[in-house]
Unconditional design. Sequence first.
Length: 117
Amino acid sequence: MTGFLTTHVLDTARGCPAEGLKIDLYRHDDDGRTHLKTLVTNDDGRTDEQILPAGEFAIGTYELVFHAGAYLDAIGTRAEDPRFLDIVPIRFGMSEASHYHVPLLLSPFGYSTYRGS
């Protein structure tokens, strides 16, 4: 099996996929953090392409940065100053060539993630 990376963002406060949420992917190594790409979620809360497709997959440490504050602003969620959640970074390791799915369950005041399938 070849490795690849996907995500799915669900807005748990509204009970629907989080459409239009910007996500940055970084790789971490001895030289620091390297930006690999930026994607935006579609109407199903997923990206239109794999975040890290098989041809670009490598074992290592990665970080997904979810721009939650900008998403919450765009959907009209009342903003406190400063907003409780703005940038949500999730750093994780991929240790084998398989499908890694890193979903984000998001609300204005909390989030959770897990290794999905």
